[in-house]
Design a binder for this molecule. Structure first.
Ligand SMILES: NC(=O)c1ccc[n+]([C@@H]2O[C@H](COP(=O)([O-])OP(=O)(O)OC[C@H]3O[C@@H](n4cnc5c(N)ncnc54)[C@H](O)[C@@H]3O)[C@@H](O)[C@H]2O)c1
Length: 275
């Protein structure tokens, strides 16, 4: 079955679903083949009017008609949502089940949905909305090559994909790339505040910060140099950047990042036990 001919249903219309579906439609996935369900109507109405996808307040209804079901609710709700699908949808084992939830392991979904499911775990991130997502993927051993190609193509449409070796690696990828946009936004916001503190208005400060972030990211992608060497190119001896960088190094930015990623990995592991 070619990528765009599969009917795909998203269970949950939150931030991540809106990013992925927005990116999929923009990259040419037919809106008519996409359905989204959510208990409340606000997000559904927005998605129906802006993206022309099918919407419903009934999870089982969209899941029953789909070839691919994407579970996109918070980890805390996953057990209940899966139990209801198992009760209300026949032939779950005929469908490809994809989950984007952090933490929860495939073994747990087998308990929730049945031993015979075919499951891929995807760890996406919100820049999928603008076609610049980074999605990590791992599959159970029932998943076919056709399923893998399908889901790779769908998520390539909203950015880059990276198959990882196992679910431990997916936890780490999630802590770096899934959570990563939050770290970058936090840093960008702090740089914006620093410019505002020195007298710039917020709009001008934001323009400076966002264009600089974009330029740095594109250079990092285009260049074969190490990131550290790109940093050195900006840092003239005895110049102003050297003084600025000294301040970051005084707070041990490597330790801040390592602590952040390790804390996020730990939370993924906790969620695997809790939910
Ligand atoms: N936000 C991210 O950056 C990100 C990145 C990677 C993975 N994820 C994962 O994606 C999942 C969703 O995260 P999010 O940030 O989009 O959360 P969110 O809270 O924005 O969205 C969850 C949606 O689920 C809906 N919902 C609640 N109960 C439901 C039910 N019974 N049936 C159907 N829908 C229901 C909510 O109304 C909400 O719209 C989580 O499991 C999270 O771990 C999120």
């Amino acid at each position: 079955m070619s990528t765009h001919s599969r009917n795909i249903a998203f269970i949950g219309a939150g931030n991540m679903t809106q990013s992925i579906v927005g990116g999929m439609v923009a990259s040419g996935y037919p809106a008519a083949a996409i359905s989204v369900s959510n208990p409340s109507t606000g997000k559904l109405e927005k998605m129906a009017s802006e993206l022309k996808v099918n919407t419903s307040q009934n999870n089982a209804e969209v899941a029953a008609q789909a070839d691919v079901i994407v579970l996109a609710v918070k980890p805390q709700l996953m057990a209940d949502v899966c139990a209801a699908l198992r009760n209300e949808v026949a032939n779950l084992s005929d469908k490809l089940i994809v989950t984007i939830a952090a933490g929860i392991r495939i073994e747990k979904y087998r308990q929730y949905l049945g031993d015979d499911i075919r499951m891929i775990r995807v760890m996406p991130n919100t820049p999928s909305l603008v076609g610049k997502g980074m999605s990590g993927l791992v599959a159970d051993n029932r998943v076919t090559d056709d399923d893998k190609n399908y889901i790779t193509e769908a998520f390539d449409g909203v950015g880059a994909t990276l198959w990882v070796a196992d679910e431990d690696e997916l936890d780490i990828l999630g802590a770096v790339a899934g959570s990563g946009p939050a770290y970058f936004f936090e840093f960008m916001a702090s740089l914006q505040k620093a410019a505002v503190k020195l007298g710039f208005d917020r709009d001008k400060a934001r323009t400076m910060v966002q264009q600089t972030a974009l330029g740095a990211a594109e250079m990092a992608i285009a260049s074969e140099l190490e990131l550290e060497d790109l940093r050195k190119q900006v840092t003239s001896k005895g110049g102003s950047t050297a003084k600025g960088i000294e301040q970051y190094q005084a707070y041990d930015i490597d330790k801040i990042s390592a602590d952040a990623v390790e804390a996020a990995v730990k939370r993924n592991q906790e969620m695997a036990k809790l939910f």
